[in-house]
Design a protein around this ligand. Structure first.
Ligand code: AMP
Length: 309
């Protein structure tokens, strides 16, 4: 599956969209766009938009579409967003008008959403997760922890900036219930919208962060970098204690076969057969002497051949 480059993470509040979006964006070098983070920043800076959004967010409601769409457009046009290989949208779109506005925004750049990942999480898991979630009060940081699955190194302190960790006002149990209601009313219809366009992939979201990450990465076609090649084997493994040798299983035969063939020890060179001193050793036969004498006489009688030039 080819790597998707314009990705929406969909799911109820507490499904882990923020954590997963951040991880995926970092791993793939994509831009992470969270409208929740952008709104919290606006609230912290006290901008007109922030002042308008703050009471709505505190009550677990949805900030009006036109405000959020404007915020997203600005973020997509910002200097840091240009030239990125892809974008992960987290918490946006949350309504059908936002989904349509996103289509138009991307079409204006010659782009389109190519994957929507729905993180399926049950309500009781969401409530447990959100109640143990702690966020950095420093709006410039905004790091999120979980007291159970991702605790900070020092209790109550952000690992990254040392800021105070707090239970976000919209993570209070009654606000979470309001947010869940909004999700089912306004956001869940997007599941059908993207499924009809063949863009939706569902992944289980009740497991550990690592399990969900595997599902999300698989859904967008992100392959982790290949593992580093194995280190060369140590010169000689340490000798095992006698007890370990006793309980060691016998090696399966197949393995023994797989062992590379030891180079055959060159056989000792066979002794070269002594060249028989053939004629000399031949047993003298009767009549040999007579024949030899006759040959000698014949040689003497022959005229000597002239030297050839
Ligand atoms: P999040 O961090 O995504 O859970 O968002 C926190 C709060 O910000 C939500 O409960 C909403 O009040 C507001 N918010 C974030 N994104 C949107 C959006 N796309 N549309 C409307 N309100 C939003």
């Amino acid at each position: 599956m080819a790597l998707a480059r314009r990705i929406i993470l969909l799911g109820p509040p507490g499904a882990g969209k923020g954590t997963q979006a951040k991880q995926l964006a970092e791993a793939a070098g994509f831009l992470h766009l969270s409208t929740g983070d952008l709104l919290r920043e606006a609230v912290a800076r006290g901008t007109p938009l922030g002042l308008q959004a703050q009471p709505i967010m505190a009550a677990g409601g949805l900030v009006p579409d036109d405000l959020v769409i404007g915020l997203l457009r600005e973020a997509l046009d910002a200097a840091g967003a240009r030239g990125r290989a892809g974008v992960v949208f987290d918490g946006f779109p949350r309504t059908p008008p936002q989904a349509e506005a996103l289509d138009q925004l991307l079409a204006g750049r010659g782009e389109a959403i190519d994957r929507v990942v729905l993180i399926n999480t049950s309500d009781d898991v969401v409530v447990a997760r959100v109640s143990s979630r702690r966020s950095c009060a420093n709006a410039q940081c905004g790091a999120v922890y979980n007291l159970i699955s991702m605790p900070p190194k020092a209790a109550g302190k952000c690992d990254k900036c040392g800021g105070e960790l707090v239970l976000r006002s919209d993570d209070q149990p009654e606000t979470v219930r309001a947010r869940q209601q909004k999700y089912w009313q306004n956001t869940a219809p997007l599941i059908g919208f993207y499924r009809a366009r063949n863009l939706l992939i569902e992944v289980p979201g009740n497991g550990t962060i690592e399990e969900v990450t595997r599902g999300v990465k698989g859904a967008v076609g992100f392959a982790s970098p290949a593992p580093a090649p194995a280190a060369p084997p140590a010169a000689k493994p340490p000798a095992r204690p006698a007890a370990a040798r006793r309980i060691a299983k016998p090696k399966p035969k197949a393995k023994a076969k797989a062992r590379p063939k030891r180079k055959a020890k060159p056989k000792a060179r066979p002794k070269r057969k002594a060249k028989p001193k053939a004629r000399a050793r031949r047993k003298a036969k009767p009549g040999d002497r007579a024949r030899k004498a006759a040959r000698k006489v014949a040689r003497k009688a022959r005229p000597r051949a002239k030297h050839r030039r």
